[in-house]
Design a protein around this ligand. Structure first.
Ligand SMILES: [Fe+2]
Ligand SMILES: [Fe+2]
Length: 407
């Protein structure tokens, strides 16, 4: 939904043509659905010189129409949802595929004033048309309100809006498909990660969620772009994927691992590296570095390669801090959960030893947010009464106080 300061000048034919070309160019290069809908709504608002343009899309699974509010104090990016089988203008147009043109919206009982009330807007005239793809399937509706010159919408306006909807339909379908694929990819990655972690951890979801949030915050604090930070966030759950290759007698052994067993345990990094080697997608390329190098240490005493300093990929240096911090803060069969502040002090103490000092400095910056994250979690993940104080056996560096961290 977009509201604009309306200009009172009529566009010339040349200006309209230019806007049409600009419209086609801009929408065809945008794959992010939210951004695309915003561009479309803004362009329509300009071309038809209206007070508001709202794009509703069908959500078949929920049998609803949805739209985002782009304007209105405190309402930016709020989602509006309407029942698709309801008696409101947008739903009727979406169901019937027929245009509805109201000259006085408030006089029509199918019009709902609710959205006007929350957005502090008064609808007078309202034109709602179906958004159809090239097979005639209705994807949603375009709705415009209040022409700048206060005249009712006419056939010409309807024609322009239908033309813009036709131009926009395929871009919207592609962006929706792209979004679906992206969501499916992330879900697959996440479920794969759960599979790897599930064998030896019951609170897998909390661990994966925590480390992805901490990695994301660290990446941003290090000055990475939002896009780079999201890659790190999305790849982080796969850091221990190599565990799938470990035998039960090693991974699930309740007591301390022998030196020989520990050597086998360490190989989960190499297996993870092999599983993700040669990946084409960026997220899996990042996950590859994380899984292979997440037990390397800044001072060169880690494994599998004993890399030192900046020879360790940055993505791995980030996940290491997140992974160790979370491992310290939760209870395991072999150790109690540490208090978050103690775990924090431990991380600080390992700057220049296990961890990159730059990343520890970034951790310092984000710690207040991290602390809040753990305060909101269930006490079971923070403290467990039935814990045996035994040596760590997990591949993650989990020290028991006052022992120094193990590999
Ligand atoms: Fe982990
Ligand atoms: Fe690991």
């Amino acid at each position: 939904m977009t509201d604009f300061q309306q200009e009172n000048h009529k566009l010339t034919a040349d200006e309209k043509l230019n806007l049409l070309v600009e419209f086609g160019t801009r929408i065809s290069s945008e794959l992010r659905l939210d951004k695309l809908l915003d561009i479309i709504a803004r362009q329509i608002t300009r071309m038809l010189n209206v007070g508001r343009c709202t794009i509703y899309l069908k959500d078949i699974e929920r049998n609803e129409l949805w739209s985002k509010i782009a304007q209105g104090k405190g309402l930016e990016h709020t989602e509006i949802r309407l029942p698709l089988d309801g008696n409101n203008i947008a739903a009727i147009v979406a169901r019937t595929g027929q245009t509805i043109n109201l000259q006085n919206a408030y006089a029509d009982d199918r019009f709902s004033m609710a959205i006007d009330m929350v957005t502090d807007f008064r609808t007078h005239t309202l034109l709602t048309i179906p958004l159809k793809n090239n097979t005639g399937k209705v994807l949603g509706v375009f709705q415009v309100a209040n022409k700048a010159d206060s005249t009712p919408f006419d056939n010409k306006d309807e024609g322009i809006l239908l033309l813009l909807a036709t131009l926009a339909a395929s871009s919207i379908e592609i962006a929706k498909l792209y979004q679906d694929i992206h969501v499916a990819q992330l879900e697959t990655i996440y479920r794969l990660a759960v599979t790897a972690e599930y064998r030896d951890q019951q609170d897998t979801r909390a661990h994966l969620k925590n480390i992805s949030i901490i990695s994301y915050l660290l990446a941003l604090a290090l000055g990475m772009t939002k896009k780079e930070a999201e890659l790190i966030k999305n790849a982080s759950p796969l850091h221990d994927i190599g565990k799938v290759a470990l035998a039960d007698n090693i991974l699930l052994k309740p007591g301390r691992l022998s030196d020989e067993e520990f050597e086998i345990m360490k190989s989960h990094t190499v297996y993870g590296g092999r599983i993700l080697e040669g990946a084409h997608s960026k997220v899996l390329q990042v996950a590859h570095k994380m899984s292979l190098y997440h037990h390397e240490k800044w001072n060169g005493t880690g494994y599998p390669k004993g890399l030192k300093g900046e020879d360790i990929p940055l993505e791995a240096r980030i996940i290491t801090v997140a992974d160790v911090f979370d491992a310290l803060c939760v209870s395991r069969v072999y150790k109690k959960a540490w208090k978050t502040d103690d775990a924090y002090l431990y991380i600080l103490g390992e700057a220049g030893k296990a961890f990159d000092p730059r990343i520890v400095a970034a951790f310092k910056k984000i710690y207040s947010s991290v602390r809040k994250l753990y305060l909101n979690q269930t006490p079971q993940t923070q403290e467990s009464p039935a814990i045996k104080a035994e040596a760590p056996k997990a591949p993650v560096s989990i020290p028991q106080k006052p022992l120094p961290p193990q590999p």
